[in-house]
Design a protein around this ligand. Structure first.
Ligand code: SF4
Length: 584
């Protein structure tokens, strides 16, 4: 069950900001330490909530490495277990190194204690014990101001629990957990991570450097605890961990020095000078790591506004974002390369993969690399049921309306769709829509010739594959022409909203490459509204979409997964709880 499906039975307590403090730290429930506690609450009330488990595993006090996280998810998926149950079996797996198993055991210990508390403690005692279990009150390695902010965040969460206990005497800790999860869910839709406005480039350069410094500072701060802890473990790569940590600190010094260089000194001079001084203090191993870092490229792009090149267009800006992402990403973890969806030397890609990566590379990583399981929403199950009815209807011999509705009733039951008021409304809508769909089949403007036709073709090193819902032969055309149709059960979009559409442009390319259909047109058919919206694909478009696929493939292979938060995207993102970009 996903959070959105947890029925809120108790009126939410209003979420206020910490009293007496300015709102410089953003909404309370967007703060990382509060989201850590919320992730645990989510997974305690719903063990199927894999995105919450992923956050809990990746954050203190567990801090499982990404590559081990990917392995654990893979093991759980193979055994068809939810992630929490999968973790228990993962502790026996030879595919995980001892340090990963030890971290998983730590997770399971916290989970067991928290589960026990959920059913016996009072709401306020439970939240206090969970905060303590997660070590959320201890921040000895943070700057005093940061530590105070974080402490205020968790204390406020504790106050919310007290308010809840006062307003709902006799409520259990489990009810409190559900209540806080629901409050966070509502709040999450009101307070999304802000889309960055587009500043002037010279402002951007300085601002980006400040932001980079801030992110690196946090990363170095987090890595101190992480590397320090590893010193106590018997490991063969301890010196590498230490050297990476030292180089991160040297890089932090570099950015700070660049920001404070004398105004008359050029960027190139300053960078050369600072690098020489820092390298003089480094060991040979640290020097090697330092010199292969992509940070200088990012600095040149950002700091060189006046004397180098400003990002002229979106592609430049994307390249800069990639360089910066590389520069600030923690580097001590092993690569996720073995978890990329490879086929040969390239990748297996679908239209949906490409759309997901273009919308947010981090979302692609959550969905296709880590493969965090997400439960289907009611609308997704409904959409699949309608698609399946149309597929079975066209595949069978009987083409009557009665048979189509029979298939629908059967599909409805098999999809697990029920009889709630919402489901009944959807069901009536679908029956009416299918009746109209059936009537349209005989209007004579076109003749359906293929249904669910699959394609697979090579594009550069990649294999692109997918299925087109329906292909019609157009009537009354001099030359043989076809229409590629994709069914949708969402609200219709206008042709203008579809001008940058990826899916049908890719299908047009596939029709040429895989089926040798040189001339086709494309349309979305919005089944519930009985509306077909054509998507024009001009002469140059197939090349443009091919370039887009190649660029996306390059980004994935280079493991460039920088998040691109926006209100519209994040508000419907299933991975929000696991996403560091969705916090303040
Ligand atoms: S929450 Fe937003 S930034 Fe994070 S993965 Fe989802 S879409 Fe990307």
């Amino acid at each position: 069950m996903t959070v959105s499906r947890i029925v809120p039975e108790i009126a939410p307590v209003r979420v206020a900001e910490p009293t007496g403090r300015k709102r410089r730290d953003g909404p309370l429930l967007e703060r990382p330490e509060v989201r850590d506690v919320l992730a645990w609450l989510r997974l305690l009330v719903d063990p199927q909530d894999a995105a919450a488990v992923v956050r809990a595993l990746g954050r203190p006090p567990i801090e499982l490495r990404q590559v081990h996280l990917a392995r654990v998810i893979q093991l759980a998926r193979r055994r068809r277990l939810d992630l929490v149950s999968g973790l228990s079996t993962a502790t026996e797996s030879p595919q995980l190194p001892p340090e990963a198993r030890e971290r998983i055991q730590r997770f399971l210990a916290v989970h067991e204690s928290a589960c026990a508390g959920l059913d016996v403690l009072s709401p306020e005692a439970f939240i206090a014990s969970l905060i303590d279990l997660l070590g959320q009150r201890a921040y000895p390695l943070l700057a005093p101001e940061d530590a105070a902010e974080r402490r205020a965040g968790v204390e406020r969460l504790h106050e919310l629990a007290l308010e809840f206990a006062r307003s709902q005497p006799g409520a259990s800790a489990r009810e409190l957990a559900r209540h806080l999860v629901m409050v966070a869910s509502v709040s999450g839709h009101e307070a999304q991570p802000g889309e960055r406005a587009a500043p002037e480039w010279d402002e951007l350069a300085h601002g980006e450097l400040q932001a980079t410094l801030q992110l690196m500072r946090q990363e170095v701060s987090a890595s101190v605890a992480r590397i320090g802890e590893r010193l106590g473990e018997l490991r063969l790569d301890t010196d590498l961990d230490i050297s990476h940590g030292v180089v991160r600190y040297l890089e932090l010094l570099k950015v700070a020095a660049m920001l404070q260089r004398p105004s008359e000194q050029s960027m190139a001079d300053a960078l050369g000078d600072i690098n020489a001084r820092l390298l003089a203090a480094a060991t040979p191993l640290q020097r090697e790591i330092f010199e292969t870092s992509p940070l200088d490229d990012a600095l040149r792009s950002a700091f060189g506004a006046a004397d180098v090149q400003a990002p002229g267009d979106e592609a430049d800006a994307r390249r800069y974002a990639r360089a910066r992402a590389h520069a600030i990403a923690p580097r001590e973890g092993p690569s996720l390369g073995t978890f990329l969806p490879r086929k040969g030397v390239g990748l297996a890609l679908s239209a949906s993969d490409i759309e997901t990566y273009l919308s947010c590379p981090l979302k692609y990583k959550f969905a296709r690399v880590l493969r965090i399981p997400i439960e289907q929403t009611l609308h997704q199950r409904f959409g699949i049921a309608v698609h399946q009815v149309l597929e079975r209807f066209h595949a069978g011999g009987d083409q009557t309306m009665a048979w189509m509705l029979e298939l629908f009733d059967d599909g409805w039951r098999r999809s697990g769709l029920g009889n709630s008021a919402r489901e009944r409304r959807l069901r009536e809508k679908a029956r009416a829509a299918l009746t109209r769909y059936h009537a349209r089949l005989s209007d004579g403007s076109s003749r359906p010739v293929w249904f669910e036709r699959s394609f697979s073709f090579r594009l550069g090193p990649h294999h692109v594959r997918g299925r087109v819902d329906r292909v019609d032969r157009l009537a009354g055309e001099a030359e043989e022409r076809y229409e590629l149709i994709d069914y949708k059960t969402s609200r219709p979009k206008t042709a203008a909203q579809l001008k940058d559409d990826v899916q049908l442009s890719l299908y047009a390319l596939a029709a040429r490459a895989a089926w040798q259909l040189e001339s086709s047109r494309q349309a979305y058919y919005y089944v519930l509204d009985d509306r077909k919206v054509p998507v024009p694909v001009g002469g140059g478009e197939p090349d443009k979409i091919a370039d887009t696929v190649l660029e996306v493939g390059e980004g994935i292979l280079a493991q460039e997964f920088e998040p691109t938060p926006s209100r519209a995207r994040c508000s419907i993102c299933d991975y929000r709880i696991a996403c560091p970009a969705a916090e303040t």
